[in-house]
Design a protein around this ligand. Structure first.
Ligand code: PMP
Length: 332
């Protein structure tokens, strides 16, 4: 018999998929870790599970307690699903700019959803800071208590990738992985996988793939946090060194405009049947840049972060793309 005991047991152990066109164009093996196949359809199920397990182990999250988090959506979906499976409530604070599909899914899960204006991190009403204050208030007044998941600075997030995603990639490639790249939201995925792979082989090249509007590309290239431009991608694009990113062994960085990333998303759907969100496009574009830099014959791994239907109203909406002067899929 091969039976998983519940949702929690069904997170992770995702397939590693060869991306045909990208591999053929570069002479490398370009492999995508299919995180969109997690039960919550994103890479963030792993962090949600580890954050909850850590809080339970520390005794801060008690039966019937509430999990509060500020999120672009995917972490909230993971927290709400794992919370439902383990008997916790969830209260999610989301910037109002995030896709309707993610907000609908959070409501469908039974999470309490609070939409706030999208303002920069330095503003006290930024969604992350708002969620931290709300957690304190709820902790003081809820009978079963409340915790703040704090995914950006809670290193239980990157621990999920140190203990699961990284070792899975190592095992799935028989240790033959030469390079890894992905974008950063909290940095949990990039830092955790970087630490896990470098522990096994210090010569694996780790590169950040940064969208426009994020400040990390300039930080890893020139030592200065500096942002320029903007991106329609969601869940990525960081302006500071989070606790999850601290001391991460990152060797190189690429800055990827949406114009370069979106054609990968459309082509992967039309020609390889992979329906992905925008951050996966940044990642695959980054993997192709890393492959070209390293030369043919290398094995490069990246993350296919979440499922594309989550962005039907934006990324796959020709009117929205036209308004932003971005390329659109030719069959829509
Ligand atoms: N892609 C998407 C769609 C996401 O929601 C996130 C998480 N915010 C990421 C990528 C980045 O993952 P991480 O937080 O581990 O950096």
């Amino acid at each position: 018999m091969d039976i998983r005991s519940g949702l929690v047991d069904s997170i992770g152990n995702t397939p590693l998929i060869r991306l045909k066109a990208a591999s053929e164009a570069t002479g490398c093996e370009i492999l995508g870790k299919a995180e969109f196949l997690n039960p919550g359809q994103s890479v963030k199920d792993r962090a949600a599970l580890y954050i909850i397990k850590d809080a339970v182990a520390k005794g801060t999250l008690k039966p019937g307690g509430t999990i509060v988090e500020g999120t672009a959506g995917n972490t909230g979906i993971g927290l709400a699903l794992v919370g439902n499976a383990l008997g916790f409530k969830s209260v999610i604070v989301i910037p109002d700019t995030q896709s309707q599909e993610k907000k609908d899914m959070l409501r469908l899960c039974g999470a309490e959803l609070i939409e706030v204006p999208a303002v920069p991190y330095k503003d006290p009403n930024n969604y992350v800071k708002y969620s931290g204050r709300l957690a304190d208030e709820l902790a003081a007044k809820s009978p079963n208590g409340a915790i703040w998941a704090n995914q950006f600075d809670n290193v239980a997030n990157r621990q999920a990738h140190i203990e699961t995603t990284g070792p899975e990639i190592w095992a799935q490639t028989d240790g033959k992985v030469d390079g890894f790249t992905c974008a950063v939201g909290t940095g949990g995925t990039l830092a955790g996988i970087a630490i896990a792979l470098k522990e096994r082989n210090k010569n694996v090249t780790i590169a950040l793939s940064d969208p426009m509007g994020a400040a990390l590309y300039h930080y890893y290239k020139h030592g200065e946090l500096k942002a320029e431009g903007s991106s329609i991608t969601e869940g990525i694009g960081q302006g500071r060194i989070t606790a999850n990113l601290e001391d991460a062994p990152i060797d190189d960085a690429f800055q990827i405009p949406d114009e370069e990333a979106l054609p990968f998303v459309f082509d992967l759907l039309k020609h390889e049947g992979l329906c992905l969100g925008g951050s996966s496009g940044i990642n695959v574009a980054g993997a192709v840049r890393l492959a070209r830099q390293m030369g043919p014959g290398h094995t490069i791994v990246t993350i296919l972060c979440d499922y594309g239907t989550r962005y039907q109203s934006k990324l796959f909406n020709p009117a929205f793309l036209k308004e932003k002067n971005l390329p659109a899929p030719d069959w829509l």
